[in-house]
Design a protein around this ligand. Structure first.
Ligand code: ZN
Length: 505
């Protein structure tokens, strides 16, 4: 280990400690914090973010990073940390410190403003805050553009996209989304008009919260969530908070539909299993996180959909689930249950969307973000534009902002460029799935309850690396191919043609 790296490690530990504290506040805000804590917590987070800024952009950090690179002879993990720190530095060093702190304070409050506006179905109440958040994000991306130097000017939205998924720009994403739009919009229509009506009424009503929680815990454990290194709590919007590979927290919410909490638990468990599988060597370092947002979603959606909505997954455990809810499920066969949880029903809410219409929800957000960042779209026009796009792609129109433009938390947190990762993740997952089917008896393993073999494969080939590899490198190393969206369309069309008895490919 090089000496400069030893010293860097100390600086890095400081930065990571502050970051971990901020992350814990984020978790607390969404789960247990009392309503009136908001303003003071925002102040604390503002101060901490200043400390973090200082730790990452301090002169000593800069010197050490340069020295580390000069000295060379870094291990794989060390090199990844140096790379991550340099990138982090590049992201914030051009932002004036006060502005950086102001923004942290703003977003810490913006989420409560958003939550209140959503509760009251009142977009107008959120619009001015949203406008401010967008303003900051554009300025921050602008600082980086100004200082990037070299040839052509990058678009602001491209700079934002690159933060979430290295090497993906509007050009790549247009190429990814346009076949989805061309193939899936008409395919969805075909499914809806084919005349087959799946009855999934048994999934709603009469599922007490306590029992749902019991099932959630059972499923989380069954897929591999480790309760000694994680907790399950309740929040308005299910999410995962990752502190380090000994502390990963997931949330769910309970509604009158069983599948809502059930699949959110499996989804968030997928995120958690990724983080829990990262090598100890990377714990509490900048490279000790999932490779990218897209790769993260590939794992959560892999567990949720490719595994969790398959017949093979439920075969060994369905009778146990029936025993948990005898009055609801005793008469429902495994096949009917599996049909029910795969029913296609375009809805207004992304997080409740079926697997087929899901990527269209993401497409809509992608198109709108492009307009907001690149075309100076007036935020006040958002509800209308949102509704028009839902009508065009999904054939339904929201009646109010809570089930329309206010449904997601992301924009209030300043996360522009995040949404495309959800769809990319599904596509990464499908590509991994087709590869894994070639080298293992995927369905057989699930039917025999040996899901651990699949999980270990993912850990060995993806999770353990943290940020040592990019998502594209992982895909290439695992499947032997670069990212190819064709597998995603193929997976969806095959699965749902079968389920709905369509003859199409
Ligand atoms: Zn997710």
């Amino acid at each position: 280990m090089s000496r400069a790296y030893d010293e860097l490690r100390q600086e890095m530990d400081k930065a990571m400690a502050v970051k971990t504290a901020m992350t814990l506040f984020e978790w607390d805000n969404e789960t247990l914090a009392p309503k009136e804590a908001g303003e003071l917590t925002a102040r604390v987070v503002g101060i901490l973010s200043g400390e973090y800024f200082q730790a990452v952009t301090g002169e000593r950090m800069k010197e050490l990073l340069e020295q580390c690179e000069k000295e060379g002879s870094l291990s794989e993990a060390e090199a990844a940390n140096v790379r991550e720190l340099k990138e982090e530095l590049l992201q914030i060093k051009y932002i004036p410190k006060e502005e950086y702190q102001d923004f942290a304070r703003l977003t810490s409050q913006a989420t409560s403003v958003w939550a209140e506006a959503k509760k009251n179905q009142d977009f107008e109440a959120f619009a001015p805050t949203l406008k401010k958040v967008i303003g900051y994000q554009k300025r921050f991306a602008g600082y980086r553009r100004e200082n990037a130097g070299g040839g052509e000017e990058k678009a602001l939205y491209d700079i934002m996209l690159d933060d979430y998924e290295k090497g993906f720009s509007m050009e790549n994403l247009d190429r990814f989304f346009s076949p989805l739009k061309e193939e899936l919009v008409p395919f969805l229509r075909e499914v809806m008009e084919c005349g087959k009506d799946i009855d999934d009424s048994f999934l709603s009503g009469g599922y007490p919260e306590k029992e749902q929680e019991k099932l959630g815990r059972f499923l989380a454990e069954y897929v591999g969530f480790d309760f000694d290194r994680g907790v399950l709590a309740v929040s308005a919007h299910p999410f995962t908070t990752n502190l380090h590979n000994k502390d990963v927290r997931i949330t769910t919410h309970y509604t009158d539909r069983l599948d809502s909490s059930l699949f959110s638990v499996i989804h968030e468990s997928g995120h958690a299993i990724y983080e829990l599988g990262i090598r100890d060597e990377l714990t509490l370092t900048p490279a000790g996180q999932g490779a990218s947002m897209g790769m993260h979603e590939s794992q959560s959606r892999f567990f949720e959909n490719i595994i969790g909505r398959s017949r093979a997954f439920w075969a060994p455990i369905y009778s146990k689930v029936q025993d948990m809810f005898p009055e609801k499920l005793r008469e429902i066969s495994l096949d009917r249950f599996v049909e029910g949880i795969n029913k296609i029903q375009p809805g207004l809410i992304r997080t409740e969307a079926d697997e087929l219409s899901y990527s269209l929800h993401v497409l809509i957000r992608y198109e709108i973000e492009k307009m907001l960042i690149e075309e100076e779209l007036d935020v006040r026009k958002l509800p209308e534009i949102w509704a028009d796009k839902y009508e065009e792609y999904l054939g339904i129109r929201p009646e109010n902002a809570a089930e329309g433009v206010l449904q997601d938390i992301h924009w209030s947190q300043g996360s522009f460029g995040y949404f495309p990762s959800y769809a990319l993740g599904s596509a990464f997952g499908a590509q991994l799935y087709f590869h894994m089917k070639k080298i293992m008896d995927f369905e057989g393993l699930l039917e025999r309850g040996e899901i651990g073999v699949i999980r270990e494969y993912l850990k060995e080939n993806i999770h353990q690396y943290g940020k040592i590899k990019t998502s594209r490198e992982i895909l290439r190393d695992v499947t032997g191919e670069d990212f190819d969206p064709k597998y995603y369309v193929k997976y969806l069309k095959e699965k749902y043609s079968r389920l709905y008895g369509l003859t199409g490919k």
